[in-house]
Design a protein. Structure first.
Length: 479
C-alpha cells in the first residue's frame, strides 16, 4: 500500500531535512492525530506512562529515569521517581504528587497499579503501586489517595552479578492473581536482568516463588551468556508468558507455559530449581535473533482473524507476537532496529513474517539528533486499540500508529512527533574526536486507554503529550 504523508507543523510546512535548523530543535509534526493536552512533568526524564481509572477519576502514573529536578509542589529539589497526574480532563492535566526514589536510588522507571478489590488477599478499599526503585529494589506503595502516597514495603532488594552489576527493569503485576514478574539482579546469576517472581496477592506479605532466565544464565553455568543483558520484560496472556531478552543485541524471544513456569517440573527433586532442565521445562518455543537485534518487548496479538485467509480451511485465525528491538545509539551509529511480527501458528517454531519500520528519509531522522528507531509499544490489550491499531514509540520520530489487523502487512496510519521545548535536553555523540549536540524529541514509551487517547512521555525531559486520532485512523477504532 502506498504510504501518503501529510505533515502539519503548527499550520506551516516544515522542511525536516535541514540539519542546521534541526540542531536547534523542531516543531510539531503529525498525521491523522491531534494534540489534546500536555504537561512538563517537572522537566524529568520520563520512561513509562500508565493510565488507570481510579475512584471515578483517570490517573496517570509515570516512571522516571535517573536525575533530579525541583518539585514546585514542595519547593525542593527531588531525585526522580514517580509522577502522579490527574488526566480526567486530558486537556488540563493536574500534577498531584511526586514520589522520589528512596534511599540513595536514582529514578523509578517502571510502575504497575492494582486495586485491592482485584487482588485476592488485599483491602478492597485500597489501591497499590508497584515500582522499580532505581537499580536497587522493587517497592510497593499505597496510592489510594493519589495525592498522598504511603510506603508499604520493599518487595525485593537487588543482588549483583559476578562482575558487580546491579539492575532493575520492567515489571508486570497480574491483579487478578497477585503474581508479579519483577526484573532485576539476583546474586550470582550471570546477567543483570533475571525474572524474580513474587506472590503479591497480599501487598504486605510478599512471597518469593522463583527466579528464572535462559539456561546458561544461572550461577553454576559456563560458556557464553545467552540473551545479552538478560530478560527485559515478561508479558503474560492466558496460559502463556512472552519473554524478551537482550533489548538491543543478542535478542531472544521465548514462549513459556505459565502453569509449568509457576509450578515447575513435578518429576524433579526441586521442581523450581535453577538447573538446566528446570529452566528449559516450561519453554514452548524460542526464537534467537542475529547479534545486532534485541528483544525489548514481546507483545502478543492472539486470535487474529485474517480476512484474506477466510477461504482457507486451516490456520485462518492465528496468534502473533509483536517483537521490538530497541535503538540505543544516537544518530544511527548502529544497525537499524525494527519491529518484527512473529507468527505463532506453530508455537514451537516462531517465525518472523513481516517488519514495520519508519523510513529515515521521511524526516531526515539520522541527522535530527538523538536516537532514531523503536523503543517500545503499548501494553494495553483492551478495546478499542487491541488487534486493530498498535502504537509504538520511535524516539526522534515520535509516536507511530500501525494498522495490525493483518500482521503479514502492518501499515502505518498515523504519527505524532511533539515539538521540542525549552526543557528538551540535548543529545550528544562524538565521531572522529569531534563532539556534536542536538536538541530532539525522544519519545520513550507510549500507552493507550479506553477513551481512545494515547499517552507519550519523553526521555529528553520534554514531558507528557496526550494525543487522539483523527481522520481515517480514528475511523478504524470505531469499525
Amino acid at each position: 500500500m502506498a504510504r501518503i504523508y501529510q505533515i502539519v507543523v503548527s499550520g506551516l510546512l516544515a522542511c525536516v531535512a535541514a540539519a542546521p535548523a534541526l540542531a536547534q530543535g523542531h516543531p510539531e509534526e503529525r498525521l491523522n492525530t491531534r494534540l489534546v493536552g500536555t504537561h512538563d512533568l517537572q522537566a524529568r526524564s520520563a520512561y513509562h506512562p500508565l493510565p488507570v481509572e481510579q475512584g471515578g477519576r483517570r490517573i496517570l502514573y509515570v516512571g522516571h529515569h535517573a536525575g533530579e529536578a525541583v518539585n514546585p509542589l514542595t519547593g525542593r529539589v527531588e531525585v526522580n521517581g514517580t509522577s502522579i497526574v490527574d488526566v480526567t480532563d486530558p486537556a488540563r492535566p493536574v500534577y498531584l504528587h511526586h514520589i522520589p526514589a528512596t534511599g540513595d536510588a536514582q529514578g523509578a522507571q517502571m510502575v504497575q497499579i492494582c486495586s485491592g478489590a482485584d487482588l485476592p488477599d488485599a483491602d478492597p478499599e485500597e489501591t497499590y503501586l508497584l515500582r522499580a526503585n532505581g537499580n536497587q529494589s522493587h517497592e510497593l506503595w499505597d496510592v489510594s489517595d493519589p495525592s498522598t502516597p504511603a510506603f508499604v514495603t520493599t518487595v525485593a532488594t537487588m543482588g549483583h552479578t559476578p562482575d558487580g552489576e546491579q539492575n532493575t527493569h520492567k515489571n508486570w503485576w497480574e491483579c487478578d492473581t497477585g503474581i508479579a514478574y519483577l526484573i532485576g539482579t539476583v546474586d550470582g546469576w550471570r546477567a543483570p536482568r533475571v525474572v524474580q517472581v513474587f506472590d503479591l496477592s497480599n501487598p504486605f506479605t510478599p512471597r518469593r516463588i522463583r527466579d528464572f532466565s535462559l539456561d546458561g544464565v544461572q550461577p553454576d553455568a559456563s560458556g557464553p551468556v545467552p540473551g545479552g543483558s538478560g530478560v527485559h520484560e515478561v508479558v503474560p496472556l492466558g496460559e502463556r508468558l512472552y519473554l524478551s531478552y537482550g533489548t538491543s543485541r543478542n535478542g531472544v524471544l521465548q514462549i513459556v507455559d505459565r502453569e509449568r513456569f509457576l509450578r515447575g517440573d513435578p518429576r524433579a527433586a526441586g521442581p523450581l530449581a535453577s538447573s538446566p532442565s528446570g529452566l528449559r521445562f516450561p519453554q514452548i518455543g524460542r526464537l534467537d535473533l542475529p547479534f545486532f537485534w534485541g528483544g525489548h518487548t514481546a507483545f502478543p496479538l492472539v486470535d487474529v482473524e485474517l480476512a484474506d485467509y477466510a477461504p482457507n480451511r486451516d490456520q485462518r485465525t492465528r496468534d502473533f507476537v509483536v517483537l521490538v528491538s530497541e535503538s540505543v545509539a544516537n544518530e544511527c551509529q548502529e544497525a537499524r532496529h525494527v519491529v518484527f511480527f512473529v507468527d505463532l501458528a506453530d508455537e514451537a517454531h516462531p517465525m518472523p513474517v513481516s517488519t514495520f519500520q519508519v523510513p529515515e528519509a521521511d524526516g531526515g531522522f539520522c541527522v535530527r539528533g538523538g536516537r532514531f528507531g523503536p523503543h517500545g509499544t503499548q501494553w494495553s490489550m483492551s478495546a478499542p486499540f487491541y488487534k486493530t491499531l498498535q502504537v509504538f514509540s520511535w524516539f526522534n520520530a515520535g509516536m507511530r500508529v500501525v494498522d495490525v489487523r493483518n500482521p503479514f502487512d502492518p501499515t502505518e496510519v498515523a504519527f505524532y512527533i511533539p515539538a521540542t521545548t525549552a526543557n528538551t535536553d540535548v543529545r550528544c555523540l562524538t565521531i572522529d574526536g569531534v563532539e556534536r549536540c542536538k536538541t530532539a524529541i525522544q519519545t520513550n514509551n507510549v500507552e493507550v486507554d479506553d477513551r481512545g487517547l494515547i499517552y507519550l512521555v519523553d526521555r529528553a525531559n520534554t514531558g507528557l503529550h496526550i494525543v487522539e486520532l483523527t481522520g481515517p485512523a480514528a475511523a478504524l477504532l470505531n469499525e
